[in-house]
Design a protein around this ligand. Structure first.
Ligand code: ZN
Ligand code: ZN
Length: 146
């Protein structure tokens, strides 16, 4: 598959992904909404081994939003970059992903990843001003295989 390129708003951080993304979903949890400044975070995971920094790794800061979940962002412009997990992560899927996978916001990609969001997650937390306009499955939390 082709290498995907990603970058932040200021262009200081650039990265490449040379492997498949997990099926994306739109996460409506309050933390993703705050982090993205948007109704939801369209996100997927990638294997850490497939992720390569091109430049600006030193600009990325991490905020531990819940124990074991580290939300990375560009320290200059604030764009979300990668999320990392460790064994203390709340969701089992993220504990399983610890060390070996990163979370990615699709909006930081400069190329079409080919895949499309296939569900809405944490819909119980959705913004009151957002209305669903599609028929994708909606989940209260994280279903398998996410
Ligand atoms: Zn930046
Ligand atoms: Zn979320």
């Amino acid at each position: 598959m082709p290498v995907l390129h990603g970058s932040c708003l200021c262009g200081g951080v650039k990265f490449e992904i040379a492997g498949p993304l997990t099926p994306p979903s739109n996460c409506h949890c309050s933390m993703c909404r705050k982090q993205q400044g948007a109704a939801f975070r369209s996100r997927a995971r990638v294997r850490a081994a497939d992720f390569k920094w091109v430049q600006g790794k030193h600009l990325v800061k991490f905020y531990e939003s819940t124990p074991g979940t580290f939300r990375g962002f560009c320290g200059v412009c604030g764009s979300p970059i990668i999320n990392k997990f460790d064994a203390r992560a709340k969701a089992a899927v993220f504990r399983a992903a610890a060390v070996s996978e990163y979370g990615i916001a699709l909006a930081t990609l400069d190329d079409d990843p080919g895949v499309r969001p296939a569900s809405h997650t944490f819909v119980g937390s959705k913004a009151p001003w957002f209305e669903f306009t599609d028929d994708l499955p909606q989940y209260q939390e994280l279903p398998a295989p996410y």
